[in-house]
Each structure stands twice: as structure tokens, then as C-alpha cells.
Design a protein around this ligand. Structure first.
Ligand SMILES: Cc1ncc(COP(=O)(O)O)c(C=O)c1O
Length: 444
């Protein structure tokens, strides 16, 4: 029995301007889900749709899990809101401590926002403010990477590396530069996990330091595994090298783990998988398994302590959001972390990684496949674009999978992205791969 949906299907879709969506195409042929439980969405007429994307990389514990639902319901009745500036509530301190305990090294302070975009902009601002209070106010430059996605704020947009997300929005932030992407199909095609080739690309940071001078560079931000632009795992040794170069020049290293965090790569954070402790980690999505918006930044102890100086009544960081550490998000976050632990979901993702990789790479012989990449419980399948219609083949696969094969997939350009909840069974892995294969074959 699908969980009942209380909302009738709307007659008029016009008023809603949908984010990152082809609005006109959608409204002609809508893909609407009305309820969800565990591994499935359900349409309004009760048809189950297998969730191949954990919503949008976020429902790592699966959907509408009882424990999380009950925690949110109880919290709404007990304390709906508490002002986060100059006041607190018990669960925000508890959640910060729980997140810090999951993080490696001395990443032991947490600043909360409501999304990945806010987390990224917060981390960039903390980096700038940190250098300022250290007497190094000339360090204003921020370094991102080609093919990075860091959300849609002016800061995250500027350090991001997706031309289509940048070109309509003017100069975004000044003083930003980019490392080259680590992806090279000729060298890396059909790799499971981290490619052997590409670790040397971290040395490109040396070139940017030579060009701009270290005294002008505040921070480097990278996704350990670039998710949104098509699952690009870091080449072996790359992140370790970046860490060493940042240390050499006093540049802060930020890992954007909005996707990588909370089990996606088999660990609480990718920093643990790769044995690299960055200066800050941004997170969102999986912290509440997507149930209530929440994002945040993990910050190393010396950075936090650098701010804790001066008059005791002075606000140390003039930054924050009305909904920073919202009680509903904190209740959801605590229940989600409990569930991850009780069900061993990070370890489960690690154990399933080879099963997942073998299954998805089994699609290699289908027509029009240019590359398949897998790491953790995530995969990208690059399809050959149709001449003069980039993105059309992958869009067709996504649309067919939803309407005809009852599977939710995601696309980035002509790549199909699969990134299921961590509760997935081996049988459901087979189902996702079989249906994806059918949709790809049909669009050949
Ligand atoms: C690495 C990364 N950073 C930031 C964001 C932005 O998160 P949000 O959409 O919650 O603002 C995303 C979203 O997918 C992301 O993947």
C-alpha cells in the first residue's frame, strides 16, 4: 500500500516557476510524485517509482522513515522556533557535537545554515574573515575548479565551474580563479572508483600561486568527488597533493561535501575515505536525509579559536541566518544520525560499492555509451549526444524511465546519474540497472 497523499493533483501548473527545470517541457508532460516510503516514490494514483537518485542526492536513509518523521512531528509540537542570534535551544548544541564527533581531525565546530549554497557561501566568508583577523587581509582570492558545482549563491556560483550556470549572471564575485577539471576521458574511461591518472593535476595550484602570489589567495574549494557535473571521483593522490600545497602556502582548503557527506562514499565524510583533513567541510542534504532543509560548515579548531578574541560581548562572526539550526532541522538531523548508526548505513554503502560498480559497469556494451564512472553508491553513464541536440538523449532516458519503467533517474547534460538511498537492496540495484539499460537501449 502506498502512503496516502493528502494533496489533489493540481489542474494548473503555471504559477510555479520550477528550479533548474525545463518548465515548458515539464508542464506539457509532468513528472509528479505525491508520496514516498523507503526506496519508493508513488504517483498520485499509487504507482510506485523506484528512487534511483535518493531524491536529489539527499534521502540517504530512504523516504519518510518512521523515526525521523516522529522526531519532526514531536519537535513541531514542542518547540517550533528559537531565535538563533544570542539564544539557543538544546538540540542545536547536541547536533553540532554529534556532527563534530563524526568528522576527522580537529574539525570540531559547526556553523549551521539551511542549504548547500548557504554552507558554501558561509565557508568562503569564514575563510576571508579568518585571514582578515590574522592580519592577512590581502588574501581575498578564492580558487574553485572547472566542472565544480557549489550551489547558486554569488560565492558558490563564482567558484563553481559550470559555464551554463555562470554566463547569465554577470561577474559574480571578483578575484576568483579555477583549477582544471580532473576528468579526462581518454585517460580514465570506465574506471571503477578513483582513477590512476590525474593526481598530478593538483600541481596546477602551484601555477595559480605563481600567477597570483600566495599572499592574495584565501582558499581553495573542491568537491572531493564532483557530483552534479557527472560523478568525477578524485584521481589517486590528488586530494593529498592539494592539501600539501595549501599547507605550503597558508591557503585554506575547503571540501564541499554537500553530496559526498553522510555515507554517499561509504564514510561519514569523504575526508575520511581519502585520509585528508581539510580546514572546513561544507555539508547539507544527507544530514537530515533530505527531510528538513539544513546545511552547515565544519570548521577546524584553530580557525574557530582565532575568532574567539577581543571584547567578550562582541559578535565574533557577523554572519548567520534566521533559520540557522532550526529546531525542526536539528530534530530531523539527530534522528537521521541515529538511523545511520543503528542501521550501519555508511558501512552498508561501503560493502555494496563493488556490487553496485559491477552492476552499473555491466551496461558498458549498450549503444552510445562513452563512459561509466562509479564510486561509493553513485554512478554516471555518459551517453553520446544526438547531433545538434545536446542533452536530448539523456532527457529521453530520464523521461522514459519515469513514465514507462517506474524509475527515477537524474541527468546532467548527456549523463545519466544514479545515486540511490543507502538502504537499497542488491535486488533493487539489479532493478535500477536493468531499467536504466532498457531506457538507454530504447533511445539508441
Ligand atoms: C557539492 C554541492 N555544493 C553545493 C550544493 C548546493 O546545495 P543546495 O542546492 O542545497 O543549495 C550542491 C547541490 O547539489 C552540491 O552538490
Amino acid at each position: 500500500m502506498p502512503p496516502a497523499s493528502s494533496a489533489p493533483l493540481p489542474n494548473d501548473l503555471e504559477a510555479y516557476w520550477m528550479p533548474f527545470t525545463a518548465n515548458r517541457a515539464f508542464k506539457k508532460s509532468p513528472r509528479i510524485v505525491a508520496s514516498a516510503k523507503d526506496m519508493h516514490y508513488y504517483t498520485a494514483d499509487g504507482k510506485p517509482i523506484l528512487d534511483g537518485t535518493a531524491g536529489l542526492w539527499c534521502c540517504n536513509a530512504g523516504h519518510s522513515r518512521d523515526k525521523i518523521v516522529q522526531a519532526i512531528q514531536a519537535q513541531a509540537a514542542e518547540l517550533d522556533f528559537a531565535p538563533p542570534f544570542q539564544f539557543g535551544h538544546p538540540k542545536v548544541f547536541a547536533l553540532a557535537a554529534r556532527i563534530a564527533a563524526l568528522a576527522p581531525g580537529d574539525l570540531d565546530h559547526v556553523f549551521f545554515g539551511n542549504s548547500g549554497s548557504e554552507a558554501v557561501d558561509t565557508a568562503l566568508k569564514i575563510a576571508l574573515a579568518y585571514h582578515n583577523i590574522q592580519g592577512q587581509g590581502s588574501r581575498v582570492r578564492l580558487i574553485g575548479r572547472e566542472r565544480a558545482y557549489h550551489g547558486v549563491g554569488f560565492g558558490g556560483g563564482a567558484v563553481g565551474g559550470i559555464p551554463g550556470n555562470r554566463k547569465a549572471f554577470g561577474a559574480l564575485l571578483a578575484g576568483v580563479d579555477h583549477l582544471p577539471t580532473t576528468y579526462n576521458r581518454a585517460e580514465q574511461a570506465f574506471t571503477k572508483g578513483e582513477p590512476e591518472w590525474g593526481g598530478h593535476l593538483a600541481d596546477e595550484l602551484e601555477k595559480l600561486v605563481a600567477l597570483h602570489d600566495a599572499s592574495t589567495i584565501a582558499a581553495v574549494i573542491v568537491e572531493p568527488m564532483s557530483g552534479s557535473t557527472g560523478v568525477l571521483p578524485p584521481p589517486k593522490g590528488y586530494l593529498q597533493k592539494l592539501r600539501a600545497i595549501c599547507d605550503k602556502y597558508g591557503i585554506l582548503l575547503i571540501f564541499d561535501e554537500v553530496i559526498c557527506g553522510y555515507g554517499r562514499l561509504g564514510y561519514a565524510f569523504a575526508a575520511e575515505r581519502y585520509g585528508v583533513v581539510p580546514d572546513m567541510i561544507t555539508f547539507a542534504k544527507g544530514i537530515t536525509s533530505g527531510t528538513v532543509p539544513m546545511g552547515g560548515v565544519l570548521i577546524r579548531k584553530p580557525i574557530y579559536e582565532a575568532f574567539m578574541k577581543g571584547p567578550e560581548l562582541a559578535v565574533e562572526l557577523t554572519h548567520g541566518y534566521t533559520y540557522s539550526g532550526h529546531p525542526l532541522a536539528c530534530a530531523a538531523g539527530l534522528a537521521t544520525l541515529d538511523l545511520y548508526k543503528e542501521e550501519g548505513l555508511f558501512e552498508r554503502a561501503r560493502k555494496l560499492e563493488p556490487v553496485w560498480a559491477d552492476a552499473v559497469h555491466g551496461l558498458k556494451s549498450l549503444p552510445n555509451i562513452l563512459d561509466i564512472r562509479t564510486v561509493g553508491l553513485t554512478a554516471a553513464i555518459d551517453l553520446a549526444p544526438i547531433a545538434d541536440a545536446p542533452g536530448k538523449r539523456a532527457f529521453g532516458v530520464m523521461d522514459k524511465a519515469f513514465h514507462e519503467l517506474d524509475l527515477l533517474t537524474r541527468i546532467a547534460g548527456d549523463s545519466i546519474i544514479l545515486t540511490p538511498p543507502l538502504i537499497i537492496s542488491e535486488g533493487q540495484i539489479g532493478e535500477i540497472v536493468e531499467k536504466t539499460g532498457k531506457a538507454i537501449a530504447a533511445l539508441a
